[in-house]
Design a protein around this ligand. Structure first.
Ligand SMILES: [Zn+2]
Length: 242
């Protein structure tokens, strides 16, 4: 990797560093885009090790950078691949205003995350700067504790403070929506809960039998919220079981 005129030139060849690329290529990014690409891949590996995106499931998106020309663009992971092996050049660049792929990866076999319409909805409606789609076992198990149509209620846990604006006195609500055969079909249920004022302080939507969507104002807050919510899922489930 080398820097030329404020841009980073990234080169790769088949099989190097165990990535997904099966081609030889070269692409240049702005420095902030380079950092975001690296962070997205680092977090994919981290979240895989936590069991949140195993079995090629789950996904992530993050704003490209903070430069004016970057704020409308989001990096999105490819679908159906081993997420822990995704490398910076494997990410798609998507315009959040119209959902168009601005720059696909050079590996034409990669397909855009099936979650991308849901990511766009959370970017538009909640101002998300990054979104994690988790397939964690704890998210699946804890969803069963909410009655049909009811949210999961979180209280008496110090970790609620880790959510933006949260206190340990809160009665924090996490909406739960029903699962659908295909990821984009979750959109209707998602919109229904996003419209409800009682969920305006929620940064997570649980999908029954499936997982969760968790977001924050940027990639770092999204990581923090993801860690807090997964802790809350486990704490609630273990308290219920004891
Ligand atoms: Zn999913």
């Amino acid at each position: 990797m080398e820097e030329v005129g404020g841009r980073v030139i990234l080169k790769w060849t088949t099989g190097v560093e165990g990535g997904l690329m099966d081609s030889v290529g070269e692409v240049s990014f702005s420095v902030s885009e380079k950092e975001t690409r690296a962070l997205v891949c680092e977090f994919l590996a981290l979240f895989y090790n936590k069991g949140w995106i195993a079995g090629t499931g789950g996904g992530i998106c993050a704003r490209l950078g903070e430069l004016p020309e970057e704020r409308n663009l989001f990096l999105m992971a490819p679908t159906g691949v081993h997420k822990e092996r995704v490398l910076p050049p494997d990410l798609f660049v998507v315009d959040q205003q119209n959902g168009a792929i601005v720059r696909p990866p050079q590996n034409k076999q990669l397909r855009l995350s099936e979650c991308h319409s849901i990511f766009l909805e959370l970017i538009h409606q909640r101002g998300a700067g990054a979104v994690l789609h988790s397939h964690a076992l704890s998210a699946v198990m804890v969803s069963d504790l909410a009655q049909q149509g009811d949210p999961l209620v979180v209280s008496h846990l110090e970790m609620i403070k880790g959510l933006r604006g949260g206190t340990n006195q809160d009665r924090h609500l996490i909406p739960v929506i029903g699962n659908m055969p295909h990821e984009p079909e979750l959109l209707a249920g998602l919109r229904q809960v996003l419209d409800q004022p009682q969920y305006e302080k929620s940064y997570c939507i649980l999908v029954r039998d499936h997982g969760a969507y968790i977001w924050g104002k940027d990639i770092w807050e999204t990581k923090q919220h993801a860690e807090v919510y997964h802790f809350l899922f486990e704490a609630i489930f273990m308290r219920h079981e004891r």
